[in-house]
Design a protein around this ligand. Structure first.
Ligand SMILES: C[S@@+](CC[C@H](N)C(=O)[O-])C[C@H]1O[C@@H](n2cnc3c(N)ncnc32)[C@H](O)[C@@H]1O
Length: 326
């Protein structure tokens, strides 16, 4: 499938971007979406349009793809990559939480499927000036939507020590969050922390002392700040509930999550939407509404296969879950 996707690349510079980008669990996502020729599909996290190109090919002739990304730069790259499908594509620089607004404005009625491939793209993570990576001299930025004012540097330099520690603990699941927050505050009293490398060094100094496993010591802290800057988990649960109401009967919502915090929200929302208990109390004490609006297709998340895992290490943490509108 990857070879077919590449034939739509428009220019040498975009070719480099596209070749560097491999959509995660592409086959599984397309199989689960059950794309129909002429169907209407939403890619709520368009990124480098890898999945979108697959959806457009699978919905020929006549299918419509509504693509959303809050990152304007990514959206413009995707627009160029999707040029061969131009007449069947509508793109929006928006937060996917505004999906109801977008669908109502387009007056398309109910849709056949929606794909949500959560988190940051490899383009964002690897881009030298976006400030997502601990490996580099970039400004500590991490905004997916660069029209937003708040950056990671603002959080690191302005939040109280306690609040910083809470963010690093909650969104990074970092056990040593309090020590890291204390080291950040001690350092920023000497000079503002503006570069990714500065923050990575501070975290490394705290964790190296304690011999902290094989991943880069700053991974969890950077993940936590990224989630906080972009408010990635906020309103996710209610978004799934609302998005499900826009699916046609038999229409599917496919979500790919990359860390346990996201995946827990997806799992709980899908259980609730399919009328299952989410309070985990004994049967007589259960307080769940148990109103089913959808069918749970994946009782366990789908994972990337061995071939994909060896070609794309990023797929290791991917978990794909699916519900189908009743
Ligand atoms: C993992 S990437 C998607 C990759 C894409 N499926 C592909 O094949 O290239 C996630 C993308 O979703 C975007 N994104 C994340 N949260 C978003 C949100 N709440 N609203 C809109 N876009 C979002 C990011 O900017 C990023 O470009």
């Amino acid at each position: 499938m990857r070879a077919t996707l590449r034939q739509h690349v428009m220019s040498p510079s975009l070719e480099r971007i596209n070749l560097g980008h491999t959509p995660v669990m592409l086959k599984e996502a397309l199989d689960q979406l059950q794309c129909k020729p002429g169907g209407i599909y939403v890619d709520a996290t368009l990124g480098m349009a890898g999945h979108a190109q697959g959806i457009l090919q699978a919905t020929e002739p006549g299918g419509l793809l509504i693509g959303i990304d809050r990152d304007k730069e990514s959206l413009e790259i995707a627009r160029t990559l999707l040029k061969p499908f131009e007449s069947r594509v509508r793109l929006f620089h928006e937060n996917f939480k505004n999906l109801p607004l977008i669908l109502n404005n387009l007056s398309v009625g109910l849709i056949n499927g929606i794909l949500i491939d959560l988190g940051a793209s490899s383009y964002q993570l690897l881009s030298s000036e976006r400030g997502f990576s601990f490996q580099g001299e970039a400004m500590l930025d991490m905004r997916m939507d660069r029209s937003q004012r708040l950056t990671a540097a603002d959080l690191v330099n302005e939040l109280s020590q306690e609040h910083l520690a809470d963010i690093i603990y909650q969104f990074g699941e970092e056990r040593l969050s309090r020590k890291i927050a204390a080291a950040i505050v001690a350092e920023r009293e000497k000079a503002q922390i503006t570069r990714c490398s500065q923050l990575a060094d501070i975290v490394t100094r705290v964790l190296r002392v304690r011999g902290h496993g094989h991943i880069h010591p700053a991974t969890r802290t950077f993940q936590a700040l990224r989630i906080a800057v972009n408010q990635e988990l906020e309103g996710l649960d209610s978004f799934f509930t609302e998005a499900a109401t826009y699916l046609k009967p038999g229409g599917r919502m496919v979500v790919i999550a990359f860390h346990s915090l996201e995946d827990r929200i997806v799992k709980t929302a899908f259980k609730r939407l399919s009328g299952q208990c989410i309070c985990n109390r004994p049967a007589g004490l259960c307080v769940c509404p148990r109103q089913s609006v959808a069918r749970l297709i994946t009782h366990r998340p789908l994972r990337a296969g061995a071939a994909e895992l060896s070609a794309n290490p990023r797929a290791r943490s991917a978990r794909l879950r699916v519900i189908e509108q009743a």
